[in-house]
Ligand binder design. Structure first.
Ligand SMILES: N[C@@H](CCC(=O)N[C@@H](CS)C(=O)NCC(=O)O)C(=O)O
Length: 222
């Protein structure tokens, strides 16, 4: 298979790439790595990504076919590469219009720079802290910041999805939102989904209705 995709369950960055591969109807081999078994620390993986992080994409069949396989890490770069290397495959990840395309890129940056840290703070307070050590004030502060950040996305919706048609922006943001919802799963009553503006909840439902979402759902969440 031309494309090999190195993935780890629960990583919003890897999930974005998986959704992008599906959205573009590309064939790929999925390599599921285990954080707990130390797969990312192994020398063979470090040879692909010296930062020892997933996702990584290896493409033996892209524009440089016949040369050494192309190895790429950093999820935002990977989804841009998929679009540029396979423009005619499946549905586009980025709009053709230069300004809309720039907006999608901006939203990807915003998700990485603002949403991911806010979701991480909530995760560390709820999911990565044993229940006996939960600090309700700190959880409330992290929840407030996270919901506030997610709420800022409502005015960005340009129709059904963030840029009008489904794009890389939606496939980037949704896995982060899903992680925030995991906190609600762990701490019923936390209220993440319910605290979001209705248009954001409608957007989440549209993503949850995508035919390929279930296939990409983290195995240990099912
Ligand atoms: N900026 C990177 C972030 C990748 C990242 O942080 N991946 C995490 C999983 S969410 C990872 O592999 N961590 C390695 C580890 O925890 O050992 C990207 O967008 O690809």
């Amino acid at each position: 298979m031309a494309i090999t995709f190195y993935y780890g369950a629960g990583s919003p960055f890897a999930w974005r790439v998986w959704l992008a591969l599906e959205h573009k109807s590309l064939a790929y081999e999925l390599k599921v790595l285990s954080f707990s078994d130390g797969d990312l620390k192994k020398p063979e993986f470090a040879a692909l990504n010296p930062r020892r992080k997933i996702p990584v994409l290896v493409d033996a069949d892209g524009p440089g076919k016949g040369q050494a396989p192309f190895v790429l890490y950093e999820s935002a770069a990977i989804i841009e590469y998929l679009e540029d290397a396979y423009p005619g495959s499946g549905a586009p990840l980025f709009p053709g219009d230069a300004q809309l395309r720039a907006l999608v890129r901006r939203m990807v940056c915003e998700a990485d720079n603002y949403v991911a840290p806010a979701v991480n703070r909530l995760l560390s307070r709820v999911l990565f802290t044993p229940e006996a050590q939960w600090n309700e004030d700190k959880i409330a502060a992290a929840h407030r910041d996270c919901v506030e950040e997610l709420g800022t996305w409502e005015p960005q919706l340009r129709g059904e999805f963030l840029a009008g048609p489904l794009s890389a922006a939606d496939l980037t943001l949704y896995p982060m939102v899903a992680l925030a919802l995991r906190c609600e799963h762990r701490k019923p009553g936390l209220g993440v989904r319910a605290a979001l503006p209705q248009p954001m909840r409608d957007w989440m439902q549209r993503i949850e209705g995508l035919p390929y979402l279930a296939k990409t759902w983290p195995a240990h969440w099912k």
